[in-house]
Unconditional design. Sequence first.
Length: 432
Amino acid sequence: MHAPTPSLPSTEPRLALLCIGLSYRTAPVSMRERLVMSEAERVELLRRLGEAPGEVVLLSTCNRVELYLATPDVGLARRCIREELGRLGGPEVLEHLYEHQAEAALTHLFRVASSLDSMVLGEAQVLGQVKDALERGQKAGSVRGELSRMFAAAFRCAKRVRTETAIGMAATSMASAAVSLASSGHCGLAGKTVLVVGAGEMAELAARHLVQERAGRIVVVNRTLSRAEALAARVGGTARPFEELLSLLATTDVVVSGTSSPVPLFTRENMAAALEARAHRPLVMVDLAVPHDIHPEVGELAGVRVHDVDDIQRFMAGNVAARAEEARKADGLVAEEVTRFVRDRTVRAGVPVLARLRQRAEAIARAEVDRTLASLGEELSDKHRKSVEAMARAIVNKLLHEPTAQLRSVGTAHEDTQLARTAAVLFGLASP
């Protein structure tokens, strides 16, 4: 039995922001597919990590697996995450992990949500994936105030990037790049028969690009035939039962596959008979799935060319360079939004201290006024009583004026982010 993940302690009021994960930038698809999780497994991971104080969000896509945390103990959180990811994917995946803390974690999330860290610069799908990750965390109970605010700020940043730059204009998507690779393998798709495997978002995007490339015939196969029929109707293709998947290869020129199957659909062994029926006609296969729909060994078969998501990444490298200027503008907006979030966060840290400081000072003043008035006896007039109370309020206001100004300044002076906590210690205030 696997030992339970140790709990994260809850002692410090200030939660540190942390991101740990891997992506297409640090890990090949063979490593990324080890961390592919079902929905139930994602929820279970959140449940395990969310049992302790602190907050966690899991972002899991074909190109990245990242955990965002607001934690009272970075060291223990890091050990918990590495233990869980090592359990899921084996110790080898730990060599590909990266880590961002504090503002670096904010900047990374804002860039991810704004599609500046995507394989496809400017793609629109990633923002929806980030929103889904937050919603999953909220349903699992692993998200509360800190990460909710952090992700809301990331969404605001992504909206600015989308509206204030041209980063998403004519973005080359994975689906369009896949079709371009398929087209280059056959010197165009006119008159070619293309088999689309899957009926999800990525498969539909690929099918629509196939139409634009004037593919001769589009055949859609999916485990649920009704979904294949619906997609085929939208793109002017035909649908066939999933059971015919391998037999359809005999008349297919191109395969574009993007399903969520946990195991390869096409293997060296199960394609042998289909290739015999092709009489050595070339077959181009493009794999959009993580984990693989098409086993890498299939590419070793005579007459078969296989492209996977890593090939697509290399194909799109020129697309990133072409929009470098818009990316620089977008990074400027990200920096602005990170600064804004940090300012708001430090203000939230300072204001409760101000409130408690004033409450403490007024309580002391009230107690001293009551004691003084009681010692003066009943003969004191209302006018004199009000004068004593006014004097006490004036002393409190004048004593607190400078501390108040300094504590409010932490909202714009980043180097003073420790000031609120120092004030709480000096004045003996309860932790926020």
